[in-house]
Each structure stands twice: as C-alpha cells, then as structure tokens.
Design a protein around this ligand. Structure first.
Ligand SMILES: C[S@@+](CC[C@H](N)C(=O)[O-])C[C@H]1O[C@@H](n2cnc3c(N)ncnc32)[C@H](O)[C@@H]1O
Length: 296
C-alpha cells in the first residue's frame, strides 16, 4: 500500500453568490467550515444584485469561468450547474431513512450491517446511500474526493444537525475530503502500527460512463437523475487500473484478522459490467441497480 501516493488536489476557485446582506454571518461560517476542514477551495463571495430568476441562473452558469455556489434566500447552499441548483437533499430521504431495513433496501440486504458496524462509504457523492447505511445505527465514514461535493455534504450535515429528529443520525456520519485510495493506504499503514481500527463494510459507488445506466439494446435500466448528470461535470469514471486498485485495497482494509468476515459492496447500474471485471461472491439486483458483494 505504501506505493500509493496522495496527489494534492488543485485549489478550486469558486464564486459564492448570496442574495441578502443579512447572510453575512452565514457566509463567514461557510468560510470557517472550509478552513476547519482544510478544503482546497477559495470562496470569492459576492452579493447578487439582480434577481436570480431561472433565466439568470442559466446565464450565470453558461458564462461562468469558475464553479458557482449559491446561498439562496432560505440559506440553502447549492452548486449552480446548467441553471439547476444541485445539493444533497437529505430531508427528502426521511421516509426511507425511518423505514430502512433489509426488506425495503437492497443496499442493506447486501451490506448486512448492524448497529455496531463500522462502515466506510468510499465514494460519498450526495451522501444518500450513506444515510441509508447509517440508518441502521452504524457509524459511517464518508470519503469524497471532490472538495465542492465535500463542502456541500458538510453544510448539509450541519443544517440537518440542527433538527432534533436528525441529530443522532447526523452524529454517526464522518465526512472526509480525501481520495479513497489515499485513505485506504493511510488506514493500512496504521494497522501495521498495531492500530485498533476495524472496518466491517466498505461501500463503493464510483461514477460509471453516462451511457451505461441503460441497456443499449432494450433501453431497460435506470434513468439518470439531474444530480447524477451534474456530477459527471465534476467527477469521471475510474480507469480499469483505478477500479482494480479501489477494489483490491478496499478488500485489504476489511480483511482484518480480528473480524470474522468483512465485505466490500459495489453499486452498479443493473446492466453495467463488473467493477475491475472481478466476479463477486454474491449479487443483489432490481430493475435499476445491482449490488455486487465481495466477501473477504
Ligand atoms: C456515483 S457518485 C456516488 C453517489 C452516492 N452513492 C450517493 O448516494 O449520493 C460517486 C462519487 O464518488 C466520488 N468518488 C469517485 N471516486 C472516488 C475516490 N477514489 N475517492 C473518493 N471519492 C470518489 C465522486 O467524486 C462522486 O462524488
């Protein structure tokens, strides 16, 4: 593992548009969050002088030379992509989070976690799957390589932590802006130094090519949502070599002698090829999605 190098992420220059002077303290707290988590983001703040209609948002995103973040009148932070406000929307998952169980969530059938499990969601994205994983009572470490996405996640976690019904769940989520391979390398080096950390499940949901969500012949499969479409502008699918490394290093992390069985769960569109062309131990699928489980 020691040959995996942590490549420093380039600093992202970003425009932060806010809509009212009364949001000055919110803007400051966003700057503080960026500093606290050492996110490589520079927020160039600007008070929007004209009304941010849909047409104006579209114009802004078309002419922008840097990513635009928008703090709207409800103090919700989002990333403006093609005129659309893109952000995690954890409150919309409330029903699924409350009723999540192995019967209703294929992911939980595959992951088989319990309240005392330690889980790593190595490709956190919008954090939606992390929430389902954490709904079991498990601790979930969320790794996200893209600093803008990591910022959106941290802001969403802070927003939701203010709501009494969500506090416990929020306290089980640990968001880190890091490339999963670097994290796995550090983790395994700690283990060499007799560190007591254990991980039961690693969950991988890397990007896949935009044309692989549906079967090219039958047209069956998942429709790509606006969130995922936008994400394709920030993140690319892994190369075969990266797929192999991800899967291999994830398997090493969960194969600790103190554990009976660790598992790596990989999410794919139903018709997508296997990650790293590696046969799983078991698969679970429905009409849109497939979870491939690698038991170690
Ligand atoms: C398909 S999305 C994940 C969606 C997520 N499961 C959800 O429920 O919202 C993939 C995300 O993983 C991130 N990612 C991809 N490769 C990564 C890596 N090696 N380390 C950390 N994050 C990674 C991408 O930046 C992107 O945000």
């Amino acid at each position: 593992m020691s040959n995996v190098k942590h490549v420093p992420t380039a600093v992202i220059n970003c425009q932060l548009l806010y809509v009212s002077e009364s949001q000055a303290s919110q803007v400051d707290s966003l700057q503080a969050l960026v500093a606290e988590h050492a996110l490589p983001i520079i927020l160039n703040t600007e008070l929007a002088t004209d009304k941010l209609t849909q047409k104006r948002r579209q114009q802004l995103s078309q002419t922008a030379t840097q990513p635009i973040l928008l703090l709207d009148e409800k103090d919700k932070l989002s990333w403006l992509s093609d005129g659309l406000s893109i952000a995690p929307e954890w409150d919309k998952l409330q029903r699924r989070v409350v009723s999540a169980g192995r019967k209703s969530e294929l992911l939980l059938q595959a992951a088989k976690i319990t309240a005392d499990s330690q889980v790593i969601d190595a490709t956190a994205g919008f954090g939606h799957d992390s929430l389902i994983l954490a709904s079991t009572g498990a601790q979930v470490t969320m790794l996200e390589q893209q600093p803008l996405m990591a910022l959106l996640l941290l802001v969403e976690q802070r927003r939701m932590s203010a709501l009494p019904n969500w506090q416990k769940l929020m306290s089980r989520l640990h968001i880190i802006n890091i490339d999963a391979l670097s994290y796995f390398a550090r983790f395994n080096n700690h283990l060499e130094a007799d560190n007591e950390q254990v991980v039961d499940v690693i969950y991988l949901d890397p990007m896949f090519p935009e044309d692989s969500y549906q079967d090219s012949k039958t047209g069956k499969g998942a429709k790509v949502g606006k969130h995922m479409q936008a994400l394709h502008q920030l993140a690319r699918p892994p190369t075969l070599d990266e797929e192999q490394q991800l899967l291999q290093h994830a398997q090493i992390v969960v194969s600790q002698p103190s554990r009976k069985q660790g598992r790596v769960i990989v999410k794919r569109p139903q018709f997508a090829p296997l990650l790293a062309h590696l046969e799983p131990s078991e698969s679970w699928s429905n009409e849109a999605v497939r979870f491939d489980g690698y038991f170690v």
